[in-house]
Ligand binder design. Structure first.
Ligand code: HMG
Ligand code: MG
Length: 298
């Protein structure tokens, strides 16, 4: 049976905006996070503390975190690839840090400039320091359903990284289809395998929509009992290290799906539709949420 309620992690301010070519002014990033907080999201991925040479768009993470209004109970997450990133996250009073690895060696090299084993060794002190400071730790696994450089990613490779992330003490682990190549059969297979080694209720689905499969993959993951999904308002995004990949599945589309299935999210779809319109206009890009566009046209 399907879950009665799910948690939607809004990743637009980070995964969505990180790929914008033109620098998005800090005030717009802050405004976006504040509007999302007001719409009821319990978890917002707000910024990255990564090398500004690698991802210039995220260089203002500290200012974004300092400028937002914290809604009590909402978790504001930031990406931290190493101790330098962790120090920034701690100073910025993030609630949750995200260590991000990959199930593919090739992608690990391109994205974080190290092997999978090196990344785990680098994450170890980050995860430990986060726990000592009382922060939540989330582990994200890119290319869990396919890799732009090596193609096929075997299911056991995903299970292996889940186990390593679990050993680091991750509170939550994201199974990410970075380039949106996954299909529902494979999605079920991967979730059926990873739920054997990590608690189902602490696993999430992070789907990009490049091949139009994201909603179908979410449904497949729902059938495996997965209760946490990442989405990006207006379908913002892409990946700087995955050419041609589109943004995350649009939050509006996910909410429409959940509403139709009678699955609680605690988030107001109409409010998110307005936010999608706001941010699409603010960054000058087409709103790619199908539900968002349909509801705006009404
Ligand atoms: P590196 O060049 O190997 O690192 O990069 P380094 O330690 O040699 O440092 C090089 C320079 O970067 C130094 O500066 C450091 O100080 C600086 P310099 O001395 O040359 O002036 N530096 C930093 N600056 C600020 N904050 C930091 C930091 N670390 C080093 N934290 C590194 C290795 C991991 C740092 C780099 O590759 C990097 O920042 N990568 C980030 C890539 C990224 O953000 N990708 C997008 C997010 S992942 C994603 O989108 C996937 C996800 O959505 C799931 C999915 O869909 O798959 C999560
Ligand atoms: Mg992503």
């Amino acid at each position: 049976s399907l879950p009665h309620a799910v948690k939607i992690v809004e990743v637009g301010p980070r995964d969505g905006l990180q790929n914008e070519k033109e620098f998005v002014p800090t005030e717009i990033k802050i405004d976006l996070v504040n509007r999302l907080s007001a719409a009821g999201f319990r978890n917002i991925e707000a910024a990255s503390f990564v090398s500004p040479k690698w991802v210039p768009q995220m260089a203002d993470g500290a200012q974004v975190m300092a400028g937002i209004e914290r809604r009590p109970g909402t978790i504001y997450s930031v990406l931290t690839p190493n101790m330098k990133g962790f120090d920034g996250a701690l100073a910025a009073q993030a609630d949750e840090i995200v260590i991000f690895g990959a199930a593919s060696e090739a992608f690990s090299q391109k994205n974080i400039n190290c092997t999978i084993a090196e990344s785990i060794a680098r994450f170890e002190p980050v995860a430990r320091a986060a726990k000592e400071s009382g922060l939540r730790v989330r582990g994200s696994i890119s290319c869990a359903l396919g890799c732009p450089y090596q193609g096929e990613v075997p299911v056991p490779a995903v299970v292996d990284v889940v186990q390593r992330m679990a050993a680091l003490g991750c509170d939550e682990i994201d199974i990410a289809d970075t380039i949106g190549v996954g299909t529902p059969g494979r999605t079920r297979e991967v979730f059926a395998a990873v739920t054997k080694v990590f608690p189902r209720e602490r696993l999430s689905g992070h789907f990009h929509d490049t091949y139009g499969q994201a909603l179908a993959n979410i449904y497949a993951a729902l059938l495996e009992g997965i209760e946490i999904y990442h989405a990006s308002v207006a379908g913002l995004g892409g990946c700087p290290y995955a050419k041609g990949a589109t943004g995350n599945v649009a939050t509006e589309d996910v909410l429409y799906l959940m509403n139709g299935l009678g699955i609680e999210t605690g988030i107001d779809l109409d409010a998110v539709v307005s936010i999608g319109d706001f941010i699409s206009k603010a960054v000058g890009r087409a709103n790619v949420s199908r539900a968002g566009r349909a509801l705006l046209a009404k």
